[in-house]
Structures are given as structure tokens and as C-alpha cells.
Design a protein around this ligand. Sequence first.
Ligand SMILES: [Zn+2]
Length: 377
Amino acid sequence: MQFKDVIGLHKAKDKLLSQFKQGRVSHAQLFLGQEGGGNFQLALAYAQLINCKNPSENDSCGKCSSCLKYQNFQHPDLYYIFPNNTNESVKKDPQSELFYKEWVNFLKTKPYFTLEDWTEELNAENKQLIINKLDIGSVNKFLSLRKSEGKYKVILLWWPEKMNHVASNKILKMLEEPTPDSVFLLVGHQTEELLPTIISRLQILNIEKLSAQEITNGLMKIESLPESNAKDIAALCDGDMVKAIKISSNPESGLIYTDLFIRWMRACYELRMENLIEWIDEISNLGREKQKDFISYCLRMLREVLISNYTDGSLNNMNDAESKFAVRFSLFIHAGNIGFFHQTLNELNAAIERNGHPKMQLLSVSLKICNYLRLKV
Ligand SMILES: [Zn+2]
């Protein structure tokens, strides 16, 4: 993967390029950014760059023997560590190495992905995926092998937050006593879940969130969408490329959320029980993940409406249907009730996570919203 294949992230790319050109390749770096925003892809492109035999001003060459292997997602000097667990084919002592075939296949078929996608791919049923001591232990073996052709031996570790305690301590030792020419690239999302001692050993690269324009460009490139469709979808995704790709493969889901949101707010405001019950039945039929997606959609819309209330609209990012609704709805959203909306919707999200049939919670949340909409500024 070359930098040019990674959507947006120009600031992070510039920083990496400038370090590379000055010969400052850090032996341990944390690519820190939101899930779905491309931090894994950027780390992989960076690994390709530092091993490229003929890099240009701004990118790896994409043609040398090292680049070709990287572009096939496999290189003898590249080692992946990722969360895993037992499944149908690996029944005990799971570790990343045992899932390489599935992993490389996964990388080849999914331009952008989340841990949830990988969990599904692995078919680990409902088990939590973790990175365990065997995973980190195997890094020693990898590092003891002779380099094949690259300048660096790269360990690309996805989701360091999923390392258990023993794995964390094991990797800490390696970071404290680096092997020459080894480069650890950790692709993480929240520093709070990592040991402070590990953080202190890492150079942190903060990766910016993708803008709506970048998501639009990405959808046009990856999904070959026309610009207007891509723009509508990008407006729903809050910097999440994975979500954008998912919506574009099911283009109606985005519009369905807008419609659901408008009807919900109307039914709450008018307090028409029959409309409310019908609406609750409808949303109860969506799966748990869609319900959670819908809640995050509601939170985004409320934020947009609040912004439109206090600014000239230049900071807004809504599609046509949303903007139209926001004009009238903005009369009901203000600093005096936005906090209540947030708290209640976040509680609803947690309730949905606990059980997938939250009819009672939906009713009680709807009645609360009815009150919030009536609060004056
Ligand atoms: Zn190259």
C-alpha cells in the first residue's frame, strides 16, 4: 500500500515523510487515530516506504521487489500481530501467526475495516479477541531471523489496547531494549487503555480525523460513487471511512436514518402514542448494530442542529434532507436541553448493548424527549 492509496491524512503523511527524509525512523511508533479513519492503512504504507528500494519525494516506488511484496500484504520482514481467539480451526493456544492466511485474505478484500469486521471474519463466536503472551513471544522469533532484503524488520501491531497484562509487560521489555533495525508500528485508538510505561516508549503520531470532503473523495475512488451520492453519505459518517463504505453498499440505510429521526422527533413532540408505538416497532426490527448506528446518527444530528443554531451554518455538514428539517427543528434544540438529549441517548445506547430488544427503554426515552423538546432556552 502506498501513501497515495491512503485516503486523506495529509498532515500525518507529511510528518512521516519529513521524518523519513531526515533519516529519523523511530524504532517504536504509535499511529493514534479513530477506528475506521485509516490509521492501519497509513502504518502499512509507512512500513512499505521505509523498506522501499527506490522511494520518490512523496511515496514508496510501488515497483521494487520490496514494494511488490508489501502490496501483496506479505513480506518476510513484516510481522503482523492482531487480536485473536480460538475458533473452529484453531481450538487452543491461539496466536496471530495461526491466522495469517485469513488475515492476509482479509486485508486483500477490505480496503478499510474495524475490529468488529475482523471478529466476524474470524468467526470466534462471541469471544473477545485479545493479544496474548504467545503473540508477543513470537515476535522474538521473528526478530531473531535474518533480514531478507528490507532495511527494517517491521512489527505491525493492530489494536495494542487488546494486549492482556502479560503481553503488555512482554512488549514493554522489547521496547526498552530495541533490536537494531527493528521497527514497531502500533496502530491504536485510545492511549488510556495502554500502560503509561508503554506509552512513554513510543513516539506518538496523532492522526487527524478524515474530513467529509476526504470521505467523499474516498467513496468516489473506492466505491466509484458519483460525487453527489458520495457527499450525502460522507455527511453521515463523522470521519469514519468504514461506515461510509458500509452505507454505500446499502445506500438506503443513511436516508432511512434521516427519515426515522424526523418521524421520531415529530412523534415525541406531538406525543401521538399510536405514531410512537409504530415507530418503536419499526426500530425494534432493526438489528442491534443498526440500532446503535441510529443512535449515533441521532447524536450527530442533534449536534448539527445545535451548531446551526449558534453559527452561520458554515460549520455544518448536513445533506439536503437534513438541512431542510434542521431549519424548523433548530427552534427546539438549545444549550438548555442538549445535555439531557446526550445523556439519555447514551444510556439508550448502553441499554441496546446489553440486550437487543429495548422496547421499554425506547418508550421511556421517547417520553423523556417529549419533555426535553418542551424545555425553553
Ligand atoms: Zn519500492
